[in-house]
Design a protein around this ligand. Sequence first.
Ligand code: M6R
Length: 609
Amino acid sequence: MCGIVGYVGELACGEVLLDGLSRLEYRGYDSAGIAIWDGESIRRVRAEGKLFNLDRRFRENPIEGSIGIGHTRWATHGAPVERNAHPHRVDDVVLVHNGIIENHTALRQELEAEGRVFESDTDTEVLAHLVARERAAGHDLLHAVRRATGHVRGSWAVVVLDAHSPDELVAARHASPLVIGLGSGENFAASDVPAILRHTRRMIFLEDGDTVRLTRTAVEITAEDGSRVERTPKAITWDPVAAEKQGYKHFMLKEIHEQGDRIVDTLRGRILLDEDEVTLPSLATLEGIVPSLRRIVILACGTSWHAGLVGRYAIGGLARLPVEVELASEFRYRNPVMDGETLAIAISQSGETADTLAAIEEAKRLGARTMTICNVMESSMTRAVEATLYTHAGPEIGVASTKAYTTQLSALLLLALWLGQLRGTIPAAERQATIRSLRALPRQIEEMLGDEALIREVGREYMHARSMLFLGRGNEFPTALEGALKLKEISYIHAEGYAAGEMKHGPIALIDEELPVVVVAPRNRLLEKTMSNLEEVRARGGRVIAVGDRSVSELERHADHVLHVPSTTEWVQPILSVIPLQLFAYAIADLRGTDVDQPRNLAKSVTVE
Ligand code: M6R
């Protein structure tokens, strides 16, 4: 969602801010702005739409200066128009904000009653007025921000600049991420690491309640209770190049191609080669509860929820534990039953999804033990739980999740094997076969990616479809859901995923020659059943795109097209089956000319409810 960059140093601030914002574009936004102290006053430029609009305006009227703040806004309160874009200015204060001020209506009324005039429809402007009011009362900027945030409820990452103290920025965090980048003679603030990674790798991840004063040479952090604190900087080890397109047309395509390597990274050090065993040291704190565990509840949203659905089959099958998979947005409001013998697992690429965070907090409050499968170091999710199993997908920039999904599936399978080992529920042969097929994945993925051009040609035939149905059975039912989600979110073609066995209970009525049906039918123990569904579609004139093993001759006979997926063992198969669907959705979206990496209305990490 929204992105923040703040800079104080010696460089041309406009360039630092625009470059930083461009590296946050993937988060999704619909307007942008920057504000810079030019030596006499704070000048601001804002624009609707994409960053090039802001960039053009800035170049027409450049602002020279070396301290400033910038923002990309994803509209929540108020339309995506210039007057709602950040930075917001009130008196001499300018401010950028990520998050939501929940009590903004009451605060606005209070401030208006005091004679304050609002220029925007945003919740954020309330915060700017509050800071300005505290400044007018004589508080220095740090204390003004602390006092102002004391009045608001909700979530915020803010960075503030004030014309009366133009050598400093003040930043604050509560339930919305904010990172401080440490430089030499310069310092940075950002909502996300990539924004400032080309300038520094030394970062401080702020804690909730922190307020920070940043000057060129100092970073002073005040904790929630008002005491000065030191927070240990972390070194960011991933390469900024990982967040570049590296010659691919889109990040999504690059990320699809990276999957073999990222799965290797996720497995690395977690499989004991000699014994074909799994070791997960980061879960050591939970090891003791495994024998007495009675159930697992997985909490997630979107693609991560689909990963959880696949995980349910593997954990149920290998560790013989009952698993519930809940949409985090539903779980948090339904007064769920939890206890100390339940392990709640939050799955999240970003580690910042508001619903998943709230759900895991709720599970914790109700007494469950907690862990997360997460891709982002030091994210809010990893701080909220007892233990983290990191996926090592690297930065995922395309809004449509691809490598995050397949690394989540790999991590879930490691978890299922680990639980099964500790509970003594996996026959050795099955464990060995599963681990061997995990190891074979990179080679098989490489082989599948060779079909990209063929899949694109199939996509060309269906690029004008108005709707598509995706069917799958067993642990490939979530693959069907994920294939449909990929297609709809980037191509804007309506698509629905369905359990193949449910087709006769309703969706069969939709089938005619206008509705392409994608049937996920890899070689597994349910293949015959899936084939029956495929034939039911054909019998009603439907066109079928099968995802399966080309060596299954019936598939070639009965489907209009086969997107090839090599065969592997049962629990590993969904990691492969989804890849042709990612390529299929990508091809159609690209052929239709949509904004593949930043589809309309979507944000990479959904930090509001
Ligand atoms: O960062 P998270 O994994 O918590 O995000 C959850 C969903 O917003 C996300 O998976 C979304 O559905 C994908 N971008 C879809 O491709």
